[in-house]
Design a protein around this ligand. Structure first.
Ligand code: ATP
Length: 650
């Protein structure tokens, strides 16, 4: 018999909760009272909880239940936001097939960036310029900037900003009232030792104006237009509140300040919003985008019942949870990471290696896992994930450890995340080898074509290009489709050179459709890439994965593991920052000894503790941490062996 509850909870029944449990949780698991309280809550609140507490899972339960109440009255919608496309894809993967309405109009599920682009930036731009934005993309923006800046200004700016050149060119914006301004503050851009009278400063104003007018925006510009839109057309706030009745943001801690302010302004509106706005995450896990947030961006709502928490981690076992607890940066009076996963009771393992044995660390991890599989401590299922993670991908000095020192095959940019390569040849080599589908090769060839077209001042997305040909030139459309198929097959069959030659022969034909010939794209088409090796055998190897004992171990950054659940995690300590004490075991030696983090005045220690907090909190069964022997002996040798298993590689 369904039990109904009060109106604020949308009358969610226990049967509906039970149904969501069936979809989301392993056999025998359930949602306890705290989680049910959140699932049933449809008011403006924050949910803050420790890693693996099931925040995302509880949100999914709420969404599954909401699906049954769609469409909402007055055709209002549900807005689901997260930080990365991967996070949104995971939400869709898990509940998409049960929620046909939730993922279509008038609802919207996407990244914060995509929401801002679609609902603020594009309409604002159309309104102000009556034209079309070509692209909102950092890479294409930089490409256009480089193409149009004079040699003199470029040299002066490179000299001035050196490694910060790329962030500098994305930090400028132009307003009619002031001229060159900072893209975030809208205050006049003062550049040290570059007065407003210099040709370079003047060129910056005209170049930036020109790029804006042509519709080449970077991600920061998108927020600037968002802000302008709200200022010029304040009614838009109400329109968006009316459009979306419910807003859910997962991984809230990863928002940067522009995103935070914009969403607050629209959907909280100083408490006067028509929308229900729920923010879900864990402040202690704010490590997004390489820049670890050290300031507090997420201000928790004031007032009783505005903050919900759920206690206990469903992912972590009590021994791992006790360690993770020490790395938390923000802790209220009753804060504690409590491990509720009783499936496995392994202590965290410390792998202590001699310098010369650094390459044996990941194989050792594999061996440890294998032994636990052999003695049935844990079993492999299709969902099992084993991963080695570290913070630093780059260090300036070769003596300082980064992820690739542990595994020389580690590729910093995985091809699946990078769609912009050096030259045409690299597009043909670097397709998504994990999927090994014709589709991923076809996409890459099309990406190369739209880049070539861009070089020649023709701007299309892949879809737009195909639609254009389909509608305007059926013969060429059929030729391209057939070629794409043949080239993709050719690449799969490893006929790289034939395909490469055939594509080079076809390009003039493609450009000819638009009345163009090969000019600015020449180097891109004919140069061969230095960064990649043309090695036929590499095409069948899964990138950043090794397999020693019959199961895959992924290798990645701590950032890449955010939100993930692993069966076993190996945390590789790496060098980060300037000065001394740059490794986790140096900065956080006390926390390895189960002392709560307390270096609140040290920026780099704060960064390290957040990294370790995220990284150490991934596994359900086994956590291994790799520490080089000298650092172990000078910092950690007195750690409690009742709480750690120590394994030496000498
Ligand atoms: N009520 C539950 N009972 C048992 N297992 C659960 C429960 N809720 C979630 N889990 C499992 O716990 C793991 C972590 O869940 P989830 O990813 O939702 O946590 P999270 O709080 O969002 O994590 P993170 O803070 O790392 O983003 C998953 O494997 C999930 O299936």
């Amino acid at each position: 018999m369904p039990v109904t509850v009060d109106l604020n909870t949308l009358n969610i029944t226990t049967d509906e909760i039970a149904e969501s449990i069936k979809v989301l949780l392993p056999e025998g698991c359930f949602f306890d009272d705290e989680r049910i309280k959140f699932i049933r809550n449809f008011e403006t609140i924050d949910l803050q909880a420790v890693p693996g507490s099931g925040k995302t899972t509880a949100l999914l339960a709420k969404l599954l239940i909401l699906e049954k109440r769609l469409p909402l009255k007055s055709n209002r919608g549900v807005l689901i936001l997260s930080h990365t496309n991967t996070a949104i894809d995971e939400i869709k993967d898990k509940i998409g097939k049960y929620c046909p309405k939730l993922f279509s109009y008038p609802n919207f599920a996407g990244t914060v960036q995509s929401f801002v682009d679609q609902f603020l930036t594009i309409p604002c731009y159309n309104n102000l310029f009556k034209g079309k934005i070509q692209r909102i993309d950092n890479e294409i923006y930089e490409e256009q900037f480089e193409k149009n800046i004079s040699y003199g200004a470029k040299t002066a700016l490179h000299h001035k900003f050196q490694n910060n050149y790329s962030s500098f060119i994305k930090s400028i914006f132009v307003t009619n009232e002031i001229g060159l301004v900072d893209v975030f503050s809208f205050e006049e851009k003062i550049i040290n030792k570059l007065s407003k009278e210099t040709p370079t400063y003047k060129e910056l104003i005209s170049l930036k104006t020109q790029l804006i007018k042509k519709g080449f925006l970077n991600y920061n510009d998108a927020y600037a237009f968002g802000r302008i839109y709200l200022e010029k057309f304040p009614k838009i706030k109400e329109i968006l509140q009316q459009r979306f009745q419910y807003i859910f943001i997962d991984e809230m801690q990863d928002l940067d300040s522009q995103q935070y302010e914009l969403l607050e302004t629209i959907f909280f509106n100083d408490g006067n919003s028509k929308s229900i706005f729920q923010r879900i995450g864990d402040k202690n896990q704010a490590i997004y985008s390489g820049e670890v947030h050290t300031d507090e961006i997420w201000k928790i709502r004031e007032g009783e019942d505005k903050l919900l928490t759920i206690n206990g981690s469903q992912r972590l076992n009590p021994l791992i949870a006790e360690l993770v607890n020490c790395f938390a940066m923000y802790r209220d009076a009753d804060f504690k990471v409590i491990g509720k996963n009783e499936n496995c009771n392994l202590k965290p393992h410390l792998i202590v290696y001699d310098n010369s044995k650094i390459k044996s660390v990941i194989p050792k991890f594999s061996e440890i896992i294998n032994n636990y599989i052999l003695n049935n401590t844990f079993t492999i299922t299709p969902k099992s994930k084993f991963k080695s993670i570290g913070w630093s991908k780059h260090t300036d000095e070769i003596t300082k450890y980064k992820i690739s020192d542990y595994c020389e095959n580690f590729i910093v940019e995985k091809s699946i995340t990078k769609i912009d390569f050096e030259n045409l040849d690299s597009y043909l080599k670097k397709y998504d080898t994990e999927k090994k589908t014709l589709e991923s090769i076809r996409k890459n060839i099309l990406n190369a074509f739209i880049k070539i077209l861009r070089f020649e001042d023709i701007y299309f997305t892949k879809k737009e290009l195909l639609n254009f040909l389909n509608q305007n030139d059926d013969e060429q459309y059929q030729i391209l489709k057939k070629n794409l198929y043949l080239w993709s097959i050719g690449i799969i069959r490893q006929n790289f050179n034939d395909v490469y030659d055939s594509i080079k022969r076809y390009i003039p034909q493609l450009l000819n459709i638009f009345g163009k010939t090969i000019t600015s794209s020449r180097n891109f088409i004919y140069n061969t890439s230095q960064l990649i090796q043309i090695d036929e055998s590499s095409m069948n190897i899964k990138e950043n994965t090794i397999n020693i004992h019959g199961f895959d171990i992924e290798i990645g950054t701590v950032h890449s593991a955010k939100g993930e659940t692993h069966t076993a995690t190996l945390y590789l300590e790496t060098f980060y920052g300037n000065g001394n004490s740059n490794y986790e075991s140096q900065r956080l030696a006390e926390q390895y000894k189960f002392v709560d983090f307390n270096k609140f005045d040290k920026k780099q220690h704060i960064q390290s503790t957040k990294m370790a907090y995220v990284g150490f909190s991934r596994p359900t069964h086994l956590l291994c941490v790799a520490v080089q022997r000298d650092r172990y002996e000078s910092h950690l040798s007195d750690i409690d062996t009742n709480k750690w298993e120590i394994i030496y590689i000498t």
